[in-house]
Design a protein around this ligand. Structure first.
Ligand code: SF4
Length: 441
């Protein structure tokens, strides 16, 4: 084992993955080398997610395995960061005594100092309570690939009654456009072809800055001018923040993909009210209609929660009927999981675990049916695909990429095409992807 080596396990959303890239960049700057196995590393970092109990449990079960590595080699240091660290702070040490360092979501840039402290102290914990503006001093270490994540806004002001994000990531803070464009140019110069703008509510970008010209629609316009970038996407949109101007720019700007991920969470207006989601079923449907009117081929995906406290059978069925009504291209689903600090976690009308599980199974079946239905419309069409990678099997190469609507497509081709745009004629579909061949005409 090398003396300055590290391994990061990243759980949760793209924002966490982007944070891990920042952590890697900082450590590489300090002379550390990244390893792809915890057994080869002297510093183990668990970047945690607390969106659901399952994710949090997963983090502690990894720490259980790492404890054995530390028992074999006491020089190994274990750090925990991310949303569980932000919420649990010092208490992590009681629950997992093998952990040496705990740092919060706002303390990433302090890492060099914290590691220095750890040389003289048995344990170090640094968790800033007050969110800071997204700092641009660290240079993320992005892994080679075709797409790069670019965070533009952090935190959230919505305080949905089930969600920990405003507690773990703080209130909404947007980066200044100049910093984002500078980083986008850097990404382009590193050879990435696609930029994915990130934010918990990415379309709220700029709402916290006293300048109406700073918004996602205008930022997309600026980024569209970067020559070397072929495509731009953004996730995750909040239904209440999608403006007409944004829809118009997505339609008009050549590099911006016609794709929206718009979590709905429930098909029942009553449940949405209890979730503190500021829209009704009808308003959400209206928004979808407006987007589809402008861009009939748009890709639409969403998130839904099954078994929110007090959700009746009828309200759950409204979620199922929503999937039929919209025919989403995909939906992420989860059974409701009570999270510390959130209002809904202490409500008395929690549904039993088995009931939540039952509803989730029904919902997942419905998602599969919907996705299958949504794929059919692509058969016989020729779609632009950005080639992301390939698989070689018995000398046969299958390329994989994404359409502008974010559908995964597989097709035979040359591996040199990775990173380029090709036109693919779709001949058939599988449950989660499209299958076709390159159209050379
Ligand atoms: S808008 Fe999204 S991130 Fe913000 S509180 Fe609601 S679910 Fe959480």
């Amino acid at each position: 084992m090398y003396s300055k080596t590290f391994y990061i396990e990243t759980l949760g959303c793209q924002m966490n993955k982007s944070d891990s890239e920042k952590i890697s960049g900082i450590l590489e700057n300090l002379g550390y080398e990244e390893k792809f196995s915890p057994e080869d590393s002297s510093l183990l970092i668990m970047n945690t997610c607390s969106i659901r109990a399952m994710s949090e449990n997963k983090a502690y079960s990894y720490l259980g395995v790492w404890k054995k590595l530390k028992q074999k080699n006491p020089a190994v240091k274990i750090a925990m960061c991310g949303c569980v660290a932000q919420q649990t702070k010092q208490k992590v040490f009681a629950k997992a005594p093998q952990v040496d360092l705990v740092f919060g979501t706002q303390n990433i840039n302090e890492l060099p100092l914290l590691l220095e402290k750890l040389e003289n102290q048995e344990r170090v914990c640094s968790v800033l309570q007050k969110p800071v503006h997204m700092q641009d001093s660290s240079v993320p270490s992005r892994k080679e690939g075709v797409s790069a994540w670019l965070p533009i806004i952090e935190g959230c002001d919505y305080f949905c009654t089930y969600c920990v994000v405003p507690y773990t990531r703080g209130r909404q803070r947007s980066r200044m456009p100049g910093d984002i464009i500078k980083e986008a140019r850097q990404i382009a110069s590193e050879g990435f072809k696609e930029i994915i703008l990130l934010g918990q509510t990415v379309d709220s970008y700029g709402n916290d800055i006293d300048n109406p010209g700073i918004n996602l629609a205008n930022l997309l316009k600026e980024l569209n001018n970067i020559d070397e970038i072929a495509r731009i996407r953004f996730v995750t949109s909040h239904p209440a923040d999608i403006t007409d101007e944004l829809i118009y720019n997505v339609k008009e700007l050549g590099k911006v993909c016609e794709y929206f991920h718009i979590p709905m969470q429930s098909g029942s207006t009553e449940v949405l009210k209890r979730m503190r989601r500021p829209y009704t079923r009808e308003e959400y449907l209206e928004l979808i209609k407006k987007i589809r009117k402008e861009m009939p081929g748009v890709g639409l995906t969403s998130d839904f929660i099954a078994g929110f406290p007090g959700e009746t059978e009828e309200q759950f069925e409204q979620t199922l009927s929503m999937l039929d009504e919209v025919t989403f291209d995909h939906c992420n689903t989860a059974a409701y999981s009570p999270r510390k600090q959130t209002p809904a976690a202490v409500w008395k009308d929690q549904l039993p675990y088995d009931e939540k599980k039952r509803r989730l199974n029904i919902l997942n079946k419905k998602v599969r049916e919907t996705v299958q239905k949504s794929q059919e419309k692509y058969i016989g069409k020729t779609l632009e695909v950005l080639v992301e990678g390939f698989k070689e099997d018995d000398g046969k190469i299958t390329l994989t990429g994404r359409t502008r609507a974010n559908k995964i497509a597989h097709f035979p081709g040359d591996k040199d095409l990775v990173g380029t745009l090709v036109n693919v004629h779709i001949k058939q579909t599988s449950i989660w992807s499209l299958i076709g061949e390159i159209n050379l005409s």
